[in-house]
Design a protein around this ligand. Structure first.
Ligand SMILES: Nc1nc2c(ncn2[C@@H]2O[C@H](COP(=O)(O)OP(=O)(O)OP(=O)(O)O)[C@@H](O)[C@H]2O)c(=O)[nH]1
Ligand SMILES: [Mg+2]
Length: 331
């Protein structure tokens, strides 16, 4: 059975609603209708998957000795890494991607040190940006150095930027024409996709695991477009002098009581507002009472993080299921 070259789904001509659907006459291209539409019309169709669909793929990788490249979106640093690395005993190369979205002034070593403190057993760690072609030569050198066979697996959470990274590698380091489908939607890649870059090097893209506590897996495509920063984030600082409330669109409410500085590392496409007046907006969302210490970040999984200067207890309202917690400041 042949697979779609864009997402890895097994091709079928019977059911338009199911993954891998292909019109008979498109057979030569081996690209399913969904990939065709994403690529040509930006027309996204969410295929709902659960991690149970993808776990067998990761388990199988764990039975090999092949190098695993674990791709993590820098904005999603907080993720529970263990739920992915538990599958692997082989060499894991940790790659933080989307470097372009965080301010240039931050030293990359900060991210690497942060990762080291999380106790992840990776052989090496580096920071890249597929958009800016940043760090890719170093990545290729490290892959050459750590690979134990001709196969290299690319794994991570959905939306991390795995397929985009492989496409950039195809473009930069091979004469291949085929590319993998990428999109802002979760579960773009549906099955493993093999890219034979050279005789002695095949990349295998995999579907990302879904983090059901990330904001990105709970919202529609329109909001997703705003949430994902397309360029460097310009942090927004609010100097709070008295009781105030900060709103981010109609998705987040933060009530602050005391003098403090809050710096938001969120996509600048999201509109933010602060108000001194008492408002009842968004109180129906899930309430979190957060005790934050000086120089800590409040992380809102999938949305971004807020650096806080002074210790305080604040109230935060966000959609149910979204993980909210504090960590030592990343910046
Ligand atoms: N700013 C920025 N965005 C990126 C970068 N790499 C990928 N993206 C964006 O991140 C989104 C997800 O990218 P994909 O490559 O489809 O992610 P994936 O990890 O393959 O996702 P799944 O196939 O769902 O597991 C897309 O909107 C990409 O354009 C990058 O280096 N910088
Ligand atoms: Mg993908």
């Amino acid at each position: 059975m042949s697979k779609c070259i864009g997402c890895g789904a097994i091709l079928q001509t019977k059911n338009m609603e199911e993954e891998g659907y292909i019109k008979g006459d498109n057979d030569v291209k081996r690209l399913c209708e969904r990939c065709f539409r994403i690529r040509n019309y930006g027309d996204y169709k969410i295929i709902f998957k659960s991690n149970a669909d993808f776990e067998p793929i990761l388990k199988k990788i764990g039975t090999t000795n092949d190098l695993v490249v674990f791709v993590v979106d820098l904005m999603m640093m907080n993720k529970d890494f263990k739920s992915i690395i538990q599958y692997f005993n082989q060499n894991i190369l940790l790659v933080f991607t989307k470097r372009d979205v965080l301010p240039k002034s931050i030293n990359d070593q900060k991210f690497i040190d942060y990762a080291k403190n999380l106790g992840i057993p990776f052989v090496d760690c580096l920071v890249v940006s597929s958009y800016k072609n940043y760090g890719l030569d170093v990545l290729m050198d490290k892959i050459e150095y750590y690979k134990t066979s001709n196969q290299v697996y690319i794994v991570g959470y959905t939306n991390a930027g795995k397929s985009t990274l492989i496409n950039k590698i195809i473009y930069n380091y091979s004469d291949l024409k085929d590319t993998i489908t990428t999109s802002i939607l979760p579960s773009t890649t549906l099955n493993s996709v093999e890219i034979p870059l050279r005789e002695d090097l095949t990349f295998i893209d995999t579907p990302g695991l879904i983090d059901s506590n990330s904001f990105i897996n709970l919202v529609d495509a329109k909001l997703l477009k705003k949430i994902f920063p397309k360029k460097e984030i310009k942090p927004i600082t609010y100097q709070i002098k008295e009781k105030q409330t900060i709103f981010v669109e109609d998705i987040l409410r933060i009530d602050v009581n005391n003098r403090n500085n809050f710096t938001f590392y969120f996509s600048n496409s999201l509109s933010m507002k602060r108000t001194f007046k008492k408002k009842n907006k968004l109180l129906h969302l899930k309430e979190h009472i957060i005790r934050v210490r000086p120089q800590e970040d409040i992380v809102i999984s999938g949305l971004g993080f807020i650096r806080v200067s002074n210790s305080d207890v604040i109230k935060l309202y966000i959609r149910d299921l979204v993980d909210v917690y504090t960590r030592k400041s990343l910046i």
